[in-house]
Ligand binder design. Sequence first.
Ligand code: PDD
Length: 286
Amino acid sequence: MRTVYLNGEYMPENEAHVSIFDRGFLMADGVYEVTSVLGGKLIDFDGHAVRLQRSLDELDMKSPISKEDLLEVHRELVRANGIEEGMIYLQITRGAPGDRDFVFPDPETTDPTIVLFTQNKPGLADSPAAKKGMKVISIDDIRWGRRDIKTVQLLYPSMGKMMAKKAGADDAWMIEDGYVTEGTSNNAYIVKGNKIITRALSNDILHGITRAAVLRFAKEAQMEVEERNFTIDEAKEADEAFITSASTFVMPVVQIDDAVLGEGVPGRVAPRLREIYLDESLKAAV
Ligand code: PDD
């Protein structure tokens, strides 16, 4: 039984209840963050807190908690649940105004709902999947136009994962106008020679916190980084490919649809980036 956090209080998970009128439930009117825990410490907490505030601002939503208190809640949940490796999920919704209405409730009278819970994942860093590499399929990107806001509208990404599963793959890369946007829950990269290529930031993709760190470490390690669109055909011809996210760190991709990349096993660049990312972020963990 986990200890979770709901609206200012810690409680057992089976005692945490949210209203049927909550706009997160009725309208997917909410934002979220996933922060990983390694060695009992938080990876990239600051980046996640800053992006959370940006998501809230873009949706005109009030934050129910300060950054300092948010850090404290994360740490307390890690402690209370004895998490060494895993994730902390955080969600803030526009709250429960007591009825269903498309119009936003008055923030003076309706408080946001805030929920945090832990996910225990022993072996997250030393993942067998990272040694084997993953297979992705390509699917159309039919999501809305503000993918830079981390909202809980995750039905299509969830359907994308199911399409991948049915096809015997691990995930799906989404395609818009012939170009790869991102994975269902991660940013997408290809490698050509020593060059790492990934789509530039815009409203078309989530501004990954892991992406920012990995690109910084890559540049520090004198690797070449090119932020530009790439097509799915270019990806299929690439030397390597990989994804990044808070829950997978850096994960090699060895097959895209029917195209096997290189020898069909992780190459040189992605595993090295994973190692650097894990080392450096552990050093900076709080
Ligand atoms: N997903 N793109 C999308 C669409 C995502 O949902 C995510 C994160 C990322 C990577 O962002 P970051 O590096 O900040 O985790 C990119 C989280 C992990 C999830 O939904 O579980």
